[in-house]
Design a binder for this molecule. Sequence first.
Ligand code: FBP
Length: 555
Amino acid sequence: MNLSPLQKARYEYAPKLPGMLRGGISEITVKDGAATESVADQAKIKALFPNTYGKNEITFTKGKNNSAAKKQVVGVILSGGQAPGGHNVVCGLYDALKATDKNNVLLGFKGGPSGLIDDDFIEFTDAYINEYRNTGGFDIIGSGRTKLETEDQFKIVTEVAKKHGLTAIVIIGGDDSNTNAAVLAEYMAAHNTGVQVIGCPKTIDGDLKNEDIEASFGFDTATKTYSELIGNIERDANSAKKYWHFIKVMGRSASHVALECALETQPNICLIGEEVAAKKMSLASITNYIADAVEKRGNNGENFGVAIIPEGIVEFVPEFSKLIAEINELLAGKKTEEFNALPDWNAKYEFIKKGLSAESFKVFDILPQFVQQQLFLERDPHGNVQVSLIESEKLFSEMVKAELAKRKAAGTYKGKFGALHHFFGYEGRCAFPSNFDADYCYSLGYNAFMLIQYGYTGYLSKVSNLSKPAEEWVAGGMPITKMMNMERRNGEDKPVIRKALVELDGAPFKYFAAHRDEWAVKTSFTYPGAIQYFGPSEVCDLTTRTLALEKGMMK
Ligand code: FBP
């Protein structure tokens, strides 16, 4: 393998463990905490998880390791979108497992959850693991989005587990994958398989967090990477003074990524989907909000700026969601063929006009033509519009341009408007993990093994007190069922981990809201620069602004 100098140097980096996990495996013992209850729908969740519900929260502490000696054969999978640090979870798991007994075995099932079904695996060795320490990506075993949720799949997994003599399975994934980990843990317990299941909280989106999980891994590195790029663009904008940059950032429905990037870079505009929904903002009102900033800056001679747009924004605009629902209905079943057979866009436009309610057609009609067409081109396997593929950064810049043209004609706007577009997502998901993510992930993996060794199942590996130095982090475990409630999914009530959206009364949003009017008009950009891996702790071990604000470390 050709190694970059940084890659070589990162192999040598020794991730920091929480103080309580330092000093050797023989000195780690368990402290029992309180029994738990699910965040809502307790009776229903309890009935669905009779074997794994209500267990105690636990923390590890220094003391004599009194776990039962037993050969461990553990299987691990990476599930869903890549997030920086995933390799270190596997490395931490491997190191703890081998430090406990060198005859223990770690199997990596390839390509995500489907690897467990297809029995496609590798056995990790020192040489193999060492090539992935402190590196980004999920290529150590690959990832995938197959969901492990049906009884038939669980039967196959049980067979595969029996074949290898698995004692535990570790699922590294987001809210859905960890929901499935809880269901699998319950199945394994109910069928007396002896296989424990442990989850680890992953996702760059930052939406797997709650009172127990302070942050999902990958969010730190991904947002720092996007913020570096946004800061660079801000500096370019401030140098050339001729473009407005519309930058969409990944993050699915939640706007945590956009908000964190805004806190890091102080752009002129950052839309927050959750606020758009709460205020029931229309496309026109969002357009006017952005156009007002462009106008004020333009009239001050500053014909440049930066606007951050969260990936999921359009889902939160009530009139847009209604339009999407009507389009899905309009093209249901055979009607897609009828639509596709129409000779040209004019004919299609008339079909749409006839099929939509007057209210939705009005919304459709103000969209730029490329978005109108996108709505009818990009469909998922169920025939639904794929909202995440809509180029909302272009949508809003086009709408702002049209609005500014009107204002120019009315004589209120005197500036110039030239827009450029960017989408940052994949650029950040496989970056070399920041020291924070390298340490956090290694700790999550190490800790996951300690949960296995002490016999827990249906638990999420939990490392908290993350805004403090790693020495003070607290390692332990939380029953996944504690994070669950019932939600309607595909027409059925399902037990799921509650997704965390941006809280409008939370400290990160409040800080942003208190400053954004100034940032909108006055150039207030900040330039975070590249992630630093070596050097003084105050530049290398920075936590996210989101976490710092949530923990009251920043005012
Ligand atoms: P998960 O962590 O929930 O799997 O999603 C991460 C993510 O990067 C989202 O931000 C994004 O919308 C999605 O994955 C993109 O999916 P894909 O990798 O399949 O294109």
